[in-house]
Design a protein around this ligand. Structure first.
Ligand SMILES: [Zn+2]
Ligand SMILES: [Zn+2]
Length: 210
């Protein structure tokens, strides 16, 4: 029996699943195959389970997560979605995780509001940098649609910046970019983009969830 976390009201046929291994929440199309599955790990964790990533690739957590006997309480590593996780051993249960690890941004917010986060609640990284877990950079969203609204508002502002000439459209690369006048002297855009890019070799099923 599949555990459906919740249905998206406005999007018929969509359900939200939680990866048993890493706790990542994702939105997906409801279908019989999913409903018949006992567990529903995300693609990265599923590959890990099947050993697919062993074919010519280092393990997703190589260089990050240490073997069980070398784990140190409070040690931090970057997971395959590009987020920091902290090893808390048995204390991870307080944060809704049974495997000893907790997403840093969820821990920071939960410690601040002094209550466990709900299943639907998720954290938005205000500056777009998923590694900046300063409390001032974290915004608690009540649901995925709340989170989506926030990202939509960012897009709205981006269009305003386009009209102000601060953003241009690059036909060759088929993407928007900062106008040269902005990128040259104000922001190191390349540095910023580097931080947003998922770890090489892995799919990031939720690129907007930062
Ligand atoms: Zn996962
Ligand atoms: Zn976000």
């Amino acid at each position: 029996m599949v555990k459906i976390i919740y249905s998206i009201g406005s999007k018929k046929g969509k359900i939200v699943l939680k990866c048993e291994d890493c706790g990542e929440i994702r939105e997906t199309q409801r279908n019989t195959a999913i409903l018949e599955k006992e567990e529903h790990p995300c693609r990265a964790c599923s590959n890990k389970r099947n050993g697919k990533n062993k074919i010519g690739k280092p393990s997703w957590n190589s260089g990050h997560r240490k073997p069980q006997d070398e784990r140190q309480l409070g040690s931090i590593y970057q997971n395959h979605h590009g987020y920091y996780e902290i090893y808390l051993a048995g204390d991870s249960v307080k944060y809704g995780r049974k495997d000893g690890y907790v997403l840093m941004h969820r821990k920071v917010v939960q410690d601040n509001i002094e209550r466990p986060l709900g299943e639907k609640e998720l954290i938005h990284h205000i500056d777009g940098n998923k590694l900046n877990n300063d409390l001032s950079n974290l915004f608690l969203c009540s649901s995925m649609s709340h989170h989506r609204d926030i990202h939509n508002s960012l897009e709205e502002v981006a269009f305003q910046l386009y009209h102000l000439g601060l953003i241009t459209f690059d036909h060759e690369n088929q993407s928007y970019k900062l106008a040269p006048s902005v990128s040259n002297d104000r922001v190191d855009a390349c540095e910023f983009r580097k931080r947003l890019r998922p770890i090489k070799g892995y799919d990031n099923p939720e690129p907007s969830l930062n």
